[in-house]
Ligand binder design. Structure first.
Ligand code: PGA
Length: 692
């Protein structure tokens, strides 16, 4: 078992990993959601680089882009809030397991220049991406292995609401930015950009350095030389090439040009330096452009002609496709050829419209929001759209954060309020939110009839209890542990949703020649849902060992029975103050090999043997002390959350008269009741201890 110190370090480590992963995933999901078309282009690059284009349907890159944005954003959010821990850690781990080798391949082979992990918000080289993924993979493995240690920041009850909210937010943001323009523009053609200025190279800036490489041959051997080591004339010249040695200053815009379609003439300078307004209809591929708004586009062109403004359609399509577009839309505006990537960079809409004046980008429109006749109601210099649209990225981010946070805080507020109400109602015993109180485990009162009551008597007792509880809503789960022969009849005679049925033992073997034994599967087949295991009477009189109990627990769990596992020390051990040691060895010997998931299905019952059936009860303080100790060992083994979820019952001369005091202890979650479970009035008195 880990020491306390190691345990603490591990908790800190896992939660650190979870925050790092959460933040990175939210950030990368957000960057993709803001620019879904940008991610689509990147995915298309990957598909092309791997030669998969013929295998993928056309919609796939866009679908994957929106899916990835939503997935990364919501998984990041899940990790940050600590909700759906298993699902989120498994998915994030699988994603990193896939991405890390892929990015190693990209770094070595370089088929695409940057990975596109964070859209255009933050560009990493392929090697940087690989390094980042190694770190994230380590974090993902840690979170996956020790997911139970991730602290949940929202109640379990409200987690579905937050999960739904995160997924919806990611999806809606992606769709909004797809149907409109990205709410943040990270590309060089932002509103306010002076294109000619952004294209110019300052006089003193560093120039790119190129080197001539010569390929020469001698005696059938080809070799490369530079000017510095150029060999003697015994070598024959074959070829030469120019290689970029050092990259110089590259202006933000270095690839913008427009050539008239008809003449092939480069009109970039004349258009950019002309005074006044010019519209560019940017359609990188005419054949893929959305033609729903062609009438509006034609109207805008007419408006430009009337008012003497420039209007050009920039495209990279072939002439034949341009002609088709003209025939389909009746376009009369001039067409210019521009590089495909440049056009995709100028505006994330096909087609999209931009307005420039004196070379400065004043405004951009997605094709679904083009300005109509009501907006273009006069000369541009008299209209708002004729002025540069104010853009403030910081404000936009503030707004997004605001609109993300307001509903989220609302949900969290409800969470806290509901919890507080529940808290009041249940007197602090049913708390859900770990920020307020970690107590989310069940309170339970379980009866153990032992070897008492024949079938008719037992059935009558069960029915009476059923009737008494029929119109009540106890503040705890109620279970009765009957002899084997009662199980099936009792389970059919009572409302098992209200009263759970438990066996008092099951075999340590699955099935076969074990005369007199009753298997866990047989118990489950009666309708019983629980089984009491490890009772001190069975340990003492039937010599049940740590090992046999371990097998019984496993078989019970495999048959969907919840074990009520008893532990406790004998008098001599208590007198020697060895009680902690004893219970720890019982837990470690039979239960602590279980996975956290299986362990969290177990109910524990601490029953000091010296108190069972003797009338001697452990004091409330003694019970609390050892219950708290038991829980601390669970924290060490399985982490805080599992420990906080484990119900630990007290057993040993528990009666209506002392139950309230015992159950009032924070670590005592109910009782396992022997003698007092044989009379309905007594048993009900103990159940009522939770109602007071
Ligand atoms: P008791 O027995 O309540 O009669 O002391 C408890 C038990 O053995 O489960």
């Amino acid at each position: 078992m880990e020491t306390k110190q190691q345990n603490r370090i591990l908790n800190v480590w896992v939660n650190l990993c979870r925050f790092i992963l959460g933040i990175v995933f939210v950030f990368s999901g957000f960057a993709k959601a803001v620019d879904p078309l940008g991610s689509k282009y990147k995915i298309q690059d990957y598909v092309d680089a791997f030669g998969l284009s013929s295998l993928m349907p056309d919609f796939f890159p866009l679908f994957l882009s929106i899916f990835l944005a939503t997935f990364e954003f919501s998984m990041g959010g899940f990790l940050l809030f600590g909700i759906r821990k298993k699902t989120s850690t498994v998915l994030v781990f699988l994603m990193m397991l896939f991405m890390t080798p892929l990015t190693l391949y990209l770094a070595i082979k370089n088929p695409v220049s940057d990975c596109g992990c964070f859209g255009d918000l933050f560009i990493l080289t392929n090697w940087q991406t690989f390094g980042k993924n190694i770190v994230l993979l380590i974090a993902a493995i840690s979170c996956f292995i020790w997911r139970d240690r991730i602290i949940r920041l929202i109640s379990e009850k409200s987690q579905w609401l937050i999960a739904l909210y995160l997924i919806s937010f990611g999806l809606i943001l992606s769709l909004y930015c797809y149907r409109n323009l990205p709410i943040l523009d990270f590309l060089p053609y932002k509103i306010g950009t002076n294109i000619p200025q952004s294209m110019s190279i300052p006089p003193n800036s560093k120039k790119s350095v190129y080197e001539n490489i010569f390929i020469l041959e001698k005696g059938g051997v080809k070799k490369e030389f530079s000017l510095e080591n150029y060999p003697d004339s015994t070598w024959h010249f074959i070829d030469s090439r120019n290689v970029l040695k050092e990259k110089g200053y590259e202006p933000p815009i270095h690839d913008f040009s427009m050539n008239e379609m008809e003449t092939g003439k480069d009109i970039t300078d004349s258009v950019l330096s002309s005074k006044g307004y010019t519209f560019f209809l940017v359609a990188h591929r005419m054949e893929e452009a959305d033609d729903n708004d062609i009438d509006l586009i034609n109207e805008i062109y007419d408006y430009c002609v009337e008012n003497g403004y420039g209007f050009y359609c920039l495209t990279s399509s072939l002439d034949s496709q341009i002609e088709q577009w003209k025939a389909k839309t009746g376009a009369e505006y001039p067409f210019c050829l521009t590089d495909d990537v440049t056009l995709k960079t100028i505006i994330r809409s096909n087609p999209g419209l931009i307005l420039i004046k004196d070379g400065v980008i004043l405004n951009k429109w997605h094709h679904s929001n083009l300005p109509d006749e009501y907006i273009l109601s006069g000369k541009l210099d008299k209209l708002t759209i004729g002025r540069q649209k104010p853009v403030d990225d910081v404000r936009t981010i503030d707004w997004v954060v605001f609109w993300f946070a307001v509903p989220l805080f609302f949900v969290m507020g409800i969470d806290v309020l509901v919890i507080k109400r529940l808290d009041k109602k249940k007197k602090g015993r049913y708390l859900i939110n770990p920020l307020i109180n970690n107590k989310m485990r069940k309170n339970i009162v379980a009866g153990n009839w032992k070897m008492n009551k024949n079938l008719a008597e037992g059935l009558a007792l069960a029915k009476e209890l059923n009737e008494v509880l029929a119109n009540e809503k106890p503040n705890c789960d109620v279970i009765i542990g009957t002899p084997f022969i009662h199980l099936a009849s009792v389970a059919t005679a009572i409302d098992t949703n209200k009263i759970g049925v438990a066996a008092q033992n099951c075999a340590d073997k699955e099935s076969g020649a074990y005369t007199g034994e009753v298997s866990a599967a047989m118990v489950a087949s009666t309708g019983a849902k629980y089984v009491i295991l490890g009772h001190s009477e069975r340990r003492a009189y039937y010599h049940e060992t740590l090992e046999t109990l371990k097998d019984k627990v496993k078989l019970a769990l495999a048959n969907d029975l919840t074990p009520i596992f008893c532990i406790g020390e004998v008098l001599a051990e208590r007198e020697a103050e060895k009680q902690n040691e004893v219970v720890l060895s019982q837990l470690a010997g039979s239960l602590y090999d279980l996975s956290a998931e299986d362990f969290s299905k177990i109910i524990l019952a601490y029953e000091p043997v010296w108190a069972i059936g003797t009338g001697k009860t452990a004091t409330a303080q003694q019970a609390q002390e050892i219950h708290a100790y038991i829980r601390s060992t669970i924290v060490e083994k399985y982490g805080k959350e599992v420990a906080e979820n484990t119900s630990i019952l007290y057993g040993g001369s528990c009666k209506a008269s002392n139950a309230k005091e015992l159950f009032a202890n924070p670590d005592v979650d109910g009782g396992l009741i022997g003698g007092a479970s044989l009379k309905v009035a007594d048993f009900k008195g103990i159940i009522d201890a939770f109602n007071a």
